[in-house]
Design a protein around this ligand. Sequence first.
Ligand code: NDP
Length: 314
Amino acid sequence: MTGKKEKASEKREKRLQEISLLRTIPYSDHQRWWSEETIAIVTGANRGIGFEIAKQLAGHGLTVILTSRDTSVGIEAAKVLQEGGFNVDVHQLDILHEESISEFTKWIKEKYDGVDILVNNAGVNYNLVSGNSMEYAKQMIETNYFGTKNMIKAMIPLMRPSAAGARIVNVSSRLGKLNGRRSRIEDEALREKLSNLETLSEELIDNMVSTFLQQVEADTWQSGGWPQKFTDYAVSKLAVNLYSMLMAKQLSERPEGEKIYINCYCPGWVRTAMTSWSGNVSAEHAADTGVWLALLPNEAVTGKLFAERRELKV
Ligand code: NDP
């Protein structure tokens, strides 16, 4: 290992230890704004990071709705948590399908009459197997960006007013940074527009992903100035990060008591099916920042990207 790499690895190891320590400190009574009446939805929670987020939130005493696109797999996953004594309910949810989202929305409204926390965890990445192939680019953009966006749109009207504010946490990636080392959008004018909250818009983000997909279709994406690594995945997560910034701005205009805070985080390189278990952190550790963001006491943090409980610049 080179000196630089060694140092980075030592730094990461140290941070992992700090986080493990932080997780052992219980929330005091005055920090706990939630109870078992607090409803937290986790998408893609049948396995991996989503399952861990569901488990940790339930461990903090919330009622967790574990969702899974495959009903029977979801029921099995929920059973593990229910048998551990946690308050966990389960429902089918495929974020790619409008009918599934609307069926779920109807169910949650009827059964719980609202939501307090939404964790958008469901996502796909096929790059490990196929290098930087664009074979699955459309599916990746549809799931990671449009699926997440559609869930946010469906759940916002159900989010309950509270002094602590409702929360949306998106499991995203540092690959989706506008100015990342390996994930920089080369078009300076576009980068400028996307990074400025005055010029950022849903249309601009949607146009960016559709331009990308058109170039994939025409096989011209290589010269499009897109992120170099895991290109389609990086574009999908960039869109998620930008949409969260945009929503944070809009949601901050809501009156006190009706606020909704929305943030993204990068869980690191995680040992899950997505990385063929080649990651360097456990799903348990990867869930931590998401759970922390979902439960932040008395802090109106919104529109940010985090990793290891620290803010990163999009
Ligand atoms: P897994 O592949 O283990 O889990 C992904 C989950 O998403 C599964 O439950 C999967 O369901 C679900 N999912 C996929 N598509 C849909 C859909 N259309 N509707 C509903 N659920 C769906 O991956 P991870 O746990 O590692 O990843 C979780 C999140 O973390 C993703 O958003 C990912 O992009 C992000 N992330 C992961 C990193 C890593 O190193 N692992 C790094 C950075 C970000 P099913 O079981 O049915 O396939």
